[in-house]
Design a protein around this ligand. Sequence first.
Ligand code: SAM
Length: 229
Amino acid sequence: MAQHHFVADYEKLVAELVATLPIDEAMARAVGGDYERTGRTLCAILRHLGLADGQSLLDLGCGSGRLAWALGQTVRIDYLGIDIVQALLDYAASRAPEHYRFLLNRTLHLPVPDATADMLAAFSVFTHLQHAETYLYLEDARRVLRPGGRLVFSFLEFASAEHWAMFDRTVYALRLDALPHLNQFIERPVIDLWCEKLGFVREQFIDGSAAPWGDAPPLWQSLAVLRRP
Ligand SMILES: C[S@@+](CC[C@H](N)C(=O)[O-])C[C@H]1O[C@@H](n2cnc3c(N)ncnc32)[C@H](O)[C@@H]1O
């Protein structure tokens, strides 16, 4: 089977960071930095959206476990983290509660039975995928979610003036032939179209500068909240 671009991208990034930085720093930087602060924000978002004791969460692109670490301190859930880099999964497991499960998956499908997740999160993941890849994960997310279950994912959009900096950086790197990571923008009408095609209800968009969860800082990336009817 051909290797997807995201595997090569992230294997390279993680290998470079691990070779040059202390492990905690490398593992934080691999997922965007600010491990504990961002972890608390991700956790606050899911709690705000109703994640509660006894529920099951699928964390797609869990990385080095910022979210798992924060959840472990606040709520007792059935957690499954999926990622494409084993070193990130190993580090995430080392900082998470023992009953949390972590799985390497390099396909465009979710290796999870039908209708078993109350919530599915994908933070800063679709920002690095092609639209058709994201679409396939969304399609499978609908299968994996229980009726009434929610999918929340973060995204970058040209409608946000703050997100322009990310696009600008990508252009700058390309000019220098630096072959940057894929940084993908998704516009709100595209998400609404995907919902229509896949049978999701789009419940809300949350601006990157807003923090309706109250007790943690905003995420900076925008959020889409989808519900499986
Ligand atoms: C920017 S990091 C964010 C990690 C984590 N969600 C967080 O916010 O702390 C993106 C993560 O997505 C993972 N990733 C990229 N493509 C993926 C895919 N197709 N399936 C699962 N994980 C993927 C990367 O290995 C990386 O850990």
